[in-house]
Ligand binder design. Structure first.
Ligand code: ATP
Ligand code: MG
Length: 398
């Protein structure tokens, strides 16, 4: 039993000592059985949220209407979710849309895939009502129960299935896959934000191709933002070297670049996915960088403008175009740039205003830009005397 669970054991025993049931559930049990790193340890319980809140001093209501209370224990925090179901005929109460139940079995039944429907007792015993362990061994993503019904209840599960195929390097079981194929259009009803979360995880998975192929074959892509007309490009993307990509910005840059989007189409496309402005900015940098770098080697100003991290990201992506990534060389070239920021210029805007005794205006910004690239390109030394001389020449040229 991994350390993450032993750390949380006292939470389970505390709940149990008050007569309730409590189990480890979901992704953490799956990942432990796969000997993969565990992210968050989720706990399911027969206790209602109000009951959980009475048992622990430090709790946060993160989704009480869905039955989830966050319990803080030392440095750790655990999501504790009351057993719940989505059907309406249980012995229950029904705040909002979920129905709390007192049985683990009902709770496991409403989960998406057999490998995600495993529970574990505090002693480490696995509760496996849907043959999830066998599916883990066979590396299969299989819906719990009837896949058609399950995707009708929540169409996002189709995208989740595809992302688990990529993340875990599993295959999607035949009936589950057929149901995705049949009902892919239901994705239309799902909010973009939820789709984006799953698609990003798919893109970052260890076997991207294992998620992307069925994503294309089942035509799920047709109901994802901005992809409808890009079936052929998506296939090309799928056939790129399958090496895992760890950065979200990098993988989106590679995708959009393979889609051959125009520079003026890129932002609109990424906006459709409701990615954050920060993420969109990073992706744009890499996309422009790729366009440049695929044409010629880096120029000093390219490195200066992109910054080291983005330049290295672009350089890494060259691998997917069958080119060699020269990471160390790029790092060295960057480090050896005369300056790395406009602030490092030996003259400031104020210096120039005083020196030329002119009113501020567009000339000043233009001049600073000229000085900056002259320094970056090694055409002039970054000293006050050299720069004022250079500036004087430039101004008198005009
Ligand atoms: P990750 O490692 O990405 O967190 P996870 O399996 O823990 O994977 P979560 O989204 O954190 O995924 O969900 C936790 C658990 O809740 C899942 O393992 C699954 O049992 C259940 N679950 C999550 N989303 C759904 C859904 N849309 N339909 C049914 N069950 C779901
Ligand atoms: Mg999780």
């Amino acid at each position: 039993v991994p350390e993450e669970f032993t750390k949380a054991a006292s939470i389970l025993t505390e709940i149990q000592s008050h007569g309730y049931e409590a189990f480890f559930v979901g992704g953490s049990v799956r990942d432990a059985l796969l000997h993969q790193p565990i992210h968050d340890v989720d706990i399911a319980t027969s206790a209602y949220p109000e009951e959980i809140k009475q048992l622990f001093k430090r709790t946060i209501d993160v989704g009480i209407e869905h039955g989830t209370v966050l319990v803080l224990a030392g440095e750790e925090q655990y999501e504790i979710t009351t057993f719940r179901t989505e059907s309406t005929y249980q012995d229950f109460r029904r705040p909002d849309k979920v129905t709390f139940v007192r049985s683990l079995e009902e709770d496991l039944k409403r989960r998406d895939f057999t490998i995600n429907a495993l529970a574990m007792t505090v002693e480490g015993e696995i509760i496996d009502l849907f043959d999830g362990v066998a599916d883990l061994k066979q590396q299969v993503i299989r819906a719990v129960g009837n896949p058609k019904e399950r995707f009708h209840e929540d169409a996002l599960r189709m995208m989740r299935g595809l992302r688990f195929a990529s993340q875990l390097d599993f295959t999607i079981e035949e009936k589950t896959l057929a149901a995705i194929q049949e009902f892919h259009a239901l994705l239309e009803k799902i909010s973009v934000e939820r789709i984006t979360v799953e698609f990003s995880k798919l893109l970052l998975g260890q076997n991207r191709r294992a998620g992307l192929r069925p994503f294309i074959e089942t035509e799920c892509y047709q109901y994802c933002p901005g992809l409808k007309k890009y079936g052929a490009e998506l296939l090309t993307f799928t056939e790129l070297p399958n090496k895992k990509i760890d950065s979200e910005a990098e993988v989106w840059a590679l995708l959009t670049h393979t889609m051959a989007l125009k520079e003026n189409e890129l932002r609109g496309f990424l906006k459709k996915w409701k990615l954050s402005n920060q993420m969109i900015h990073e992706i744009q940098q890499l996309f422009y960088g790729l366009n440049k770098r695929l044409l010629t080697d880096w120029k000093p100003m390219d490195l200066f403008n992109l910054g080291l991290e983005a330049a290295l990201s672009v350089e890494k992506l060259l691998f997917y175009y069958g080119q060699k990534s020269k990471l160390e060389e790029v790092r060295e070239r960057y480090v050896n740039l005369p300056i790395h920021d406009r602030k490092e210029l030996a003259v400031s805007g104020n210096d120039l205003l005083q020196f030329f005794d002119k009113k501020p205006g567009k000339w000043l910004g233009d001049l600073i830009q000229v000085l900056e690239s002259a320094v970056v390109n090694g055409e002039v030394e970054n000293s006050q005397s050299a720069l004022t001389m250079y500036a004087k020449d430039k101004i008198s040229e005009e």
